[in-house]
Structures are given as C-alpha cells and as structure tokens.
Design a protein around this ligand. Sequence first.
Ligand code: UTP
Length: 469
Amino acid sequence: MDFAQLKQLLEKHGQQQLIAFWNEISEDERENLASQIQKIDFNRIDELIKEYVLKKPETDIPDDLTPAPFFPLIPDNEGLKSYYEVAKQTGADIIRQGKVACLTVAGGQGTRLGFDGPKGTYPIGPVSGKSLFAYFAEGIARNQEKYSTRIPWYIMTSVVNNAQTVEFFEQNNYFGLDKQQVFFFVQGTMPAVGYDGKILLASKSSLALSPDGHGGTLWALRQSGALDKMKNEGTQFLSYFQVDNPLVAVVDPLFIGLHALEKSQMSAIMLPKTGPFEKLGNFCVSKNRTCIIEYSDLPESLAESRNPDGSLKFLAGSPAIHVISTSFIEKLTDNGKPALPWHRADKKVPFVDSNGALIKPETPNAVKLESFIFDALPLAEKTMILEADRNESFGPTKNATGVDSAESCREMLIARDKRRLKAANVDIANAEKVEIAPRIAVCDEDVEEYCRKNNISSLANMGREVYLK
Ligand code: UTP
C-alpha cells in the first residue's frame, strides 16, 4: 500500500491523524507505521468504536441467571467419594500418557503491580526470591518426574513483553526444563482509542497498541501453530492458569480426571466467595449454558441473595483456573476468530498529540478493548466446575501491597508450606518464613516423602528463614 492508498483508507475511516507526522519520520519508521495500520480491520474497528467507545456499552445481563452447579471440595457422600478416586486415577493416567500441557497466559501489562518487566519475571519466592515463571517451571519439572512423562508448556506473551520473556528463560536456562518443551506464542493487539473515537499514536511512527485480553489466547493458539503442534504431540488437555498465581497446581489429576469423565469441553475451578461483592467473576447458568458474570455486573439483589442456611446463592467465584480440551479450541477457531464479546476498559494511555508532544494523562483518556477467556464457557455444550481450597490454590499477585498483592501472596505461600510441613509431622520451631521449592514438592505427599527421606523432623537450628530445595 503506497502513501496515497494509506491516506485514502484512513480518510475513509476518519483516522488520518495516524499519518500526521509522515514527513517527519524515517523510511523504516514509515514502513513500521504502514504495516501496523494495514493490520487493522477498519470496518470492524468502526463498529467497535461506535458500540464501545463513543457510548458506554450497556452490559446485557441475562434475566434467567441461576447459580452454576459444582463438584464440592469434599465429597459429601460415598458415591461421590469413590467417583473422585476414579477421577484422580483417570487424571493421573492422562498426565502419565503425555496428553496434558500447561498453558500460562502472560501477555498482560501488569500495570497494577507496577513492576518494570514481564510479570512472570517478578521475584515472588518469600525466601528464595525466585520468579513466578520459576515456580511454574519447577512445578512442571516435579510433575514430570512424578508421572514419568513430559508436560509441554505453552506461554502466551504479547508484543510488549515477548522478547524480554524469552530472554529471561534463556538467561535462566529454562529453569532446568528442556528448551524444546517451552513454546512461546504472541497474542493479538487492539488499538487504544481516545474518547473522541480517534485511534491514538504511541509515537509519531507507531500506534498505541495493547494486548487484546486473555480471550485472545484461543485465536493466538490457532494462528501461532500451537494447536497443530499439540495435535502432532498428542496433547488433548490444557491446564490453564494465569501468570500471577504461584499457588496453582500446574496440573491437578482430580480436576483433569473429572473434566475427562464428565466429557467437559471447558472446565473451571471455583472458590466460595468471601462475601457477596468479592471481586471474582460469578459462575452462573443462563439458557442452559455456563457463564461468568463479572462481579461488577451481577445485580446486587442476586449477589446478596442467600439460601435458607444463610450461605450465598451465588457462591461460586472464579480464580481463572481451567482445563480446556484442545478439540474445543479447534472447534471454536475452525472458521476464524471466535466471536467472544469485547469488554471496555477506561485507561490512562500515553499518546502523541496533534503537535507531536508526548502526553502522559493523569486521568483515563482512552478505551482499551479486551476479550476474556471465560466468555468461551457459554460456547461449550458441556462444562464442569470443581471447588478448590483457596489457601491451597489461589494467591493472585495483582498489586504490590494490600489485597491480592505480592505481599499477601508470599504470606499465603509461607502459610501453605508451613501447613504442609506440619502435616508431615515436622516441627516448625521458630522458623518465620518457610519456602519449599516446587522442584521437590507440589503436594502434601511430596513434602512428607521428602522430609522422611531427608530425615527432617524439625526446622530448629535452620534459622528464621528456611528454604527447602
Ligand atoms: P489481569 O486482568 O490481571 O491483567 O490479567 P494484567 O495485565 O496482568 O494486570 P493489570 O490489570 O494491568 O494490573 C490476568 C491474567 O491474564 C493475562 C495476564 O498476564 C494475567 O496472567 N493477560 C491479560 C494476558 O495474557 N493478555 C491480556 O491481554 C490480558
């Protein structure tokens, strides 16, 4: 596309500001800008701007919402208890047969954490200071050993953090994993649009682009060749988790087994919410399909409604942990990008103004559009939801301090590891901080075995900070 064509295209869609500095930029920069512009589907963007930017979209909340059923953490009858045993076995077999891969979404910008670098490189280890990525890598390595298998790891990055992420893995020698089993793939982007409907420039020669949300995973898996690779390697199930939750079990035999036995296409872990307005998505059913209604969208009357025993009717909150069948993703992407709804986020987006000055706004000035992976749930004919213990599985590192922070996550990691040691009859003595490397233990049984084999019955004389590795 030459300059005249570019100009014509932009004028047609009222976005000519994007080439306002054409005469000031180099040949290479022009090429870059032109290629970014050509990747935009302007007809679609025009519609989205009308629908989501120029007006605040009304969220359509179905009027037939009921709470979604789930399998309880503790089976409440003998039949269910034996079903869980079978499921655990089934899951373990599936893992052993090499049919499971891990999928980590790490393409977000992590703005709330305020950390300079990809979130996965954040040093979360309470004693070791090891990174979030290291936690997952070690968990994968330990499970490979337990199940004598290979667990491929798919990591979604974005244009903003892909190079730094790959470099981090290189520098750390893939944390002992085989480089060939780690597959990075880059998610799509969406342009940030100012409140006047104009796409913003990040510099005179580049658009303000941001990752298109974790819903972008599905299409990115398809486009990057990851799905083909999975098919070739016999991967049938993806254990999906977010990069900011080091408490997650990277593979969970019970969860995977139930997913398979229930013939679910997409499954989810649920946590009982701590209160009606906890900031977790709510598992609901509408028109016979499972869906997640964001905490901000669930009508107050429903959020507060209670069962006769006082418990919340809409109890199930989502920690964004899933098992997804690869066949389901194939189906969703066979005819192009899956039609997930867009969600509007109002953000402070730095931009170049009409005078060429870089403006860093103090208040939100633009709309970013994102799609969410959980919007694939209603597209599944069959889903499965399993309750988990929050203390064992969910410590999101969203902020630096306070609620859902690096601080609270470290506290949870310490508390979990102390509990595991106590369960293994180890005297914690006066240890304040305790950390167990996932490389040696990913569950209670592992900790018990490790301590027995290494004759550890007390942490006395190990100091106040103990790191078992
Ligand atoms: P969050 O919604 O917490 O967003 O992402 P974030 O970008 O990490 O953090 P903030 O909101 O800017 O502070 C939840 C998970 O989804 C991934 C993130 O990397 C995180 O693992 N994600 C989010 C993507 O992979 N791509 C996206 O476009 C958005």
